[in-house]
Design a protein around this ligand. Structure first.
Ligand code: 4AD
Ligand code: MG
Length: 431
């Protein structure tokens, strides 16, 4: 008999097939039983009519506990009422293991309880859908950068440098030296861009941030492109093309998941390049005109500020040219002003906040050396980075996108903790 997955069922209408499944849920009366089955590839309903399958099989089905594992056999039936298009008329059940007291029941549970049971919570419909969206974002990311001549580069996780400032570093010992877990691969990617032109990385990033917000993880995944001979505005064009591409890929390839998540797809369909740009100066002016008296020129935006600015648009918006004082040491100054830098944060719509941070990089040797001094960075640790500015230095730009924040926005999840398989949060290293 043909052993298939649930996702393959639409290609087997009318055939008798075998599937390895878990029981997600069930409903039954004296005459008919509906089993909600899942196998990782999808969810499908299995049906048993007592009169047709006989007393013994019907009793087995009725006795199954939530999350029991089994092989089922049955006939694939077309069913236009299900979003998936078919169901299984079950003719046999071979129980592998009866699950005992599965803790996550169809009733409501608190978030802390679900987080303690993350190893099981991943099986639920919503979490399954979010992981599929995450997978599509990653798949489309590789497709986009491979199609556009980028080379994938893997920067080190153990480093001696801290591109984004020293306050949020994870310290560790590297034999006799001090080391940190990477908070961005950018500096090493700049070296790689001088070797390969256009590069990107995709990997874990660590920030010992004491922030307990719906946007902060301690360990998150960042994708960082770096491009030689690419100036600020050209980098923004890559960003808007890339973000449009991943959003439209999810709309196209995750229809069932977006429906299960209750996501308003019409909002995602509007995410097409180009995206609006607003300067930091104008953003401050806009906030002042709209009742935000708590912010002055030179301050960084908080979540409420970003949300208010994003609400003006139905696409992500670039806020460009931030004050030099609130951005990292490596950013290229504006050609006409020394108080702002050539950078942009991309703010997602619907209150999801900053998803991308990027900039043009300083490529002048003396200026970079001065900035390293001003920021009190250890000049020895950055000697190699500075040397790049001596050996055929060129204008170059790059950016970093936080995958969990992006997935939260696209899937409409309230919190980034649901957008990574096993979140590391303040006070959470389990499971
Ligand atoms: O703005 P950030 O700090 O930029 C950099 O690290 C640059 N070196 C990137 C580059 O130019 N190559 O971080 C980039 C993105 C943010 O916009 C956000 O989406 C995400 O990383 N991010 C976080 N996501 C979850 N939890 C956290 N604690 C995050 N911190 C940053
Ligand atoms: Mg940032």
């Amino acid at each position: 008999m043909n052993k298939i997955t649930i996702s393959e069922m639409p290609n087997h209408i009318g055939e008798t097939v075998k599937l390895g499944v878990w029981l997600a849920n069930k409903r039954s009366s004296g005459k008919i039983a509906f089993l909600q089955l899942r196998d990782g590839s999808g969810f499908v309903q299995g049906v048993l009519v007592k009169e047709e399958v006989g007393e013994e099989l019907f009793t087995t089905a009725k006795g199954l506990t939530q999350e029991s594992s089994m092989y089922v056999t049955g006939v694939v039936k077309e069913d236009t009422r299900s979003s998936f298009g078919c169901e299984l008329a079950i003719t046999g059940i071979d129980v592998i293991q009866m699950a005992q007291d599965y803790p996550i029941t169809p009733k409501e549970h608190g978030v802390e309880f679900l987080m303690d049971n993350r190893h099981l919570w991943l099986r639920s419909r919503k979490q399954h859908a979010i992981m599929k969206v995450r997978n599509e974002v990653i798949r489309a990311t590789y497709e986009f950068f491979n199609n556009n001549g980028f080379v994938k580069i893997d920067p080190p996780i153990l480093t001696g440098s801290s591109p984004e400032g020293t306050s949020e570093l994870f310290h560790t010992k590297y034999f006799d030296e001090d080391a940190f877990l990477s908070q961005s691969g950018q500096l090493h990617l700049e070296a790689a861009a001088m070797a390969l032109g256009k590069v990107f990385s995709f990997g874990p990033t660590f920030r010992a941030e004491k922030s307990k917000t719906r946007r902060h993880l301690i360990e998150f995944w960042m994708m960082e492109p770096e491009m030689a001979f690419v100036e600020h505005e050209e980098s923004l064009e890559v960003q808007e093309q890339y973000v449009s591409f991943i959003v439209q890929s999810v709309v196209k390839n995750c229809k069932i998941e977006l429906e299960r998540l209750g996501r308003d797809v019409s909002k995602l369909e509007k995410v097409q390049a180009p995206f609006p740009r607003i300067t930091y100066d104008d953003a401050i002016k806009f906030l002042h005109e709209n009742g935000f008296t708590d912010i002055e020129w030179g301050d960084d935006f908080g979540a409420p500020h970003e949300t208010a600015i994003a609400q003006k648009y139905d696409k992500p918006v670039f806020i460009v040219n931030y004050p030099v004082g609130i951005k990292p040491f490596y950013m290229q100054p504006h050609p006409d002003r020394d108080d702002v830098v050539l950078c942009a944060d991309l703010i997602a719509p619907e209150g999801y906040g900053e998803i991308i941070g990027g900039s043009e990089r300083i490529w002048d040797y003396d200026l970079l050396k001065q900035r390293i001094k001003e920021h009190n960075l250890d000049e020895k640790a950055y000697a190699w980075y500075l040397e790049l500015r001596k050996q055929g230095s060129v204008p170059h730009s790059g950016f970093g996108i936080g995958i969990e924040r992006t997935v939260a926005w696209i899937s409409g999840a309230e919190h980034v903790r649901e957008c990574i398989p096993f979140p590391r949060l303040l006070n959470r290293l389990y499971p």
